[in-house]
Design a protein around this ligand. Structure first.
Ligand code: SF4
Length: 253
């Protein structure tokens, strides 16, 4: 069977990433790393995979992102709290940023607009509230996965998070735990479809097949599907500063 052709004869979409062609459906990827991710509640493959942090930082810088390493969440919180002052700040939905308690740190000396605290029960629609993060001075979110050669990968259901990350700010910060690092783009896409998305669906009580056990992707057609748009940032976007803060512990999904 030709590469990219599935059993039903449907050609899977393929993307050129670095030197590899990737299949964005990739249900069959099965190796020690993917099995370790599935076995770990934090989605960490630390038992079988030790990413080369220096290579990741060099890869990010080669792709024109600023890159900074912090040993743990407390150091990352202090670092970001020191860098962001007197700004209008947007925060996207992120378990990583929640763990950092960044909202609490920044809100005392910045104007923070956080979609995680959207007042949807107070008459403001999520749509209207999330639009408020699109043109802040600074925007923060995490990534679903990043590769050792410095490519960032995010999947979004509504699009507000990836839209805000792409344009319109003085600076965007991506904060990521080492559990998000993947050896290549194939693993990154497999991770976001089979680890990050199902576990986020489980957390948010979505009406999707993956939310029952949070175990894997079923490539669903549910109206509540969160895998609607895939953003791969091969390089930093033009005309905007972007920094990746890599944290030396497991954070987020
Ligand atoms: S929401 Fe649908 S497409 Fe996304 S991981 Fe779950 S089953 Fe797969």
């Amino acid at each position: 069977m030709p590469a990219g052709m599935h059993a039903q004869g449907i050609r899977a979409p393929r993307i050129q990433g670095g030197n590899t062609m990737i299949d964005v459906t990739r249900p069959e990827l099965d190796d020690a790393i993917t099995r370790a991710w599935q076995a770990s509640p934090e989605g960490s493959a630390a038992a079988v995979y030790t990413p080369d942090i220096e290579r990741v930082l060099q890869g990010l810088r080669a792709n024109r992102f600023e890159a900074h390493y912090c040993a743990d969440a407390a150091e990352a919180r202090a670092y970001l709290n020191g860098k962001i002052d007197g700004k209008k700040v947007g925060i996207g939905d992120s378990e990583t940023l929640r763990k950092l308690e960044l909202h609490e740190a920044l809100a005392s000396h910045n104007q923070v607009h956080n979609v995680q605290r959207s007042p949807i029960n107070k008459g403001t629609s999520f749509f209207e509230y999330a639009k408020g993060t699109l043109l802040t001075d600074v925007f923060l979110c995490s990534v679903n996965a990043l590769t050792e050669d410095g490519i960032l990968v995010n999947m979004d259901g509504t699009g507000n998070r990836v839209a805000a990350a792409l344009f319109g700010h003085e600076k965007v910060y991506y904060v990521a735990g080492v559990n998000k690092i993947c050896p290549d783009l194939d693993h990154a896409i497999w991770r976001l479809r089979n680890i990050a998305a199902p576990r986020n669906c489980l957390r948010k009580h979505k009406a999707t097949p993956c939310a029952k056990r949070g175990d894997r992707c079923y490539n669903c057609a549910s109206p509540e599907r969160i895998c609607n748009g895939l953003l791969i940032e091969f390089k930093k976007m033009s005309n905007m500063d972007m920094e990746v803060v890599l944290v030396g512990e497991s954070l987020g999904l």
